[in-house]
Design a protein around this ligand. Structure first.
Ligand code: GLV
Length: 323
């Protein structure tokens, strides 16, 4: 009987798909991610054929070498920076992600952060809750109109392209982008104009939104030097992965008026926040929930299970990322 380990409870639908295939399925019973040591111990208990992992699990050489029976680590996430693809390639095993799970919702959440900042939603809410509202005031909480502003997108995959289209066609913005690869579709639709460097996009944008995967080349893509290129009136949005931004440099830039604000759903030291971040009033923060809808989580459950089924039934998983 083929054996599958799931590193944390996920929606039942994917678990049922695996059980219906006749696989033996074990699930971490703790309501928290396992540490690397705990995970290795669990995986060593049986000769598992497949592991369904979450983005909080670090699947590196130690883990991969500890369980040579495993043929696939199927990530329940769009991002897969927690998986060591290089080692997987060397070992000839599969790794997969769930690219369709919540991408459109992440784009919507990006917009929620942009609007929360420019319309001062969180500040207004707190103002009311704290009993400060004494009636309409012409000087109260001025925000910004985003129509006509320039939106800069760094990374125009499925999520970044969606954010760009919403900016151009939904809000009447001038949209510019940088990517290592040009997005011909976006350009054909006249949705966004390509610039060949990150710097050019940072320099001219009123709002910058990051949509790159985390890898060596994108770690601290936004650092103190690049923050200095941005307009002092600009806001920075990140719904990708925390370490793409040097968070300490961001705190310092916000404190010193280098940029105006930031909307963040992801953090460099998750679940911790960089020192000083929480005290800033110029930010809107959410706890890595950009893709959190029931629909997306169900999709992630079925897609990650299907990747395992593909592999264990002898075909390449449809969302294999080891290329
Ligand atoms: C969430 O961050 C994901 O990568 O799915």
């Amino acid at each position: 009987m083929k054996k599958v380990y799931i590193t944390r409870q996920i929606p039942e639908v994917g678990i049922k798909m695996l059980i219906d295939k006749g696989y033996e399925v074990d699930i971490n019973k703790e309501d928290r991610p396992l540490t690397k040591d705990e995970l290795m111990q669990e995986l060593k208990k049986k000769d598992y054929d497949a592991v369904l992992t979450l983005l909080t699990d670090i699947i590196d050489a130690d883990v991969i070498n500890a369980v040579p029976s495993v043929k696939i680590f199927a990530n329940y996430a769009i991002g897969y920076n927690n998986l060591d693809i290089k080692i997987a390639k060397e070992k000839g095993i599969y790794m997969s992600n769930t690219p369709s799970g919540g991408a459109e919702r992440v784009a919507e959440h990006t917009w929620a952060l942009i609007l929360a900042l420019t319309c001062r939603i969180v500040e207004g809410d707190l103002y009311l809750r704290n009993g400060k509202y004494k009636g309409w005031d012409p000087m109260l909480l001025h925000g910004e109109r985003i129509e006509g502003m320039t939106l800069g997108i760094i990374g125009t995959g499925r999520i970044g392209a969606n954010v760009a289209r919403k900016g151009k066609f939904g809000f009447g913005m001038n949209v510019v982008y940088y990517d290592v690869k040009r997005n011909e579709e976006l350009e054909k639709e006249d949705a966004a104009k390509f610039y060949s460097t990150v710097e050019e996009v940072l320099k001219i944008s009123d709002i910058v939104s990051i949509h790159v995967p985390l890898m060596e080349s994108t770690h601290h893509l936004i650092n103190s030097d690049r923050l200095k290129i941005m307009k002092p009136s600009a806001i920075l949005i990140n719904t990708s992965r925390g370490p793409v931004i040097d968070e300490n440099a961001l705190v310092s830039a916000l404190k010193n008026g280098i940029i105006k604000g930031a909307g963040l759903d992801v953090f460099e030291f998750e679940p911790d926040l960089a020192k000083g971040l929480i005290e800033l009033s110029k930010i809107v923060i959410t706890p890595h929930i950009a893709s959190a809808t029931e629909e997306a989580r169900l999709e992630m459950s079925t897609v990650s299970a299907q990747n395992i089924i593909d592999c264990l039934e002898g075909i390449a998983p449809r969302n294999n990322v080891v290329l």
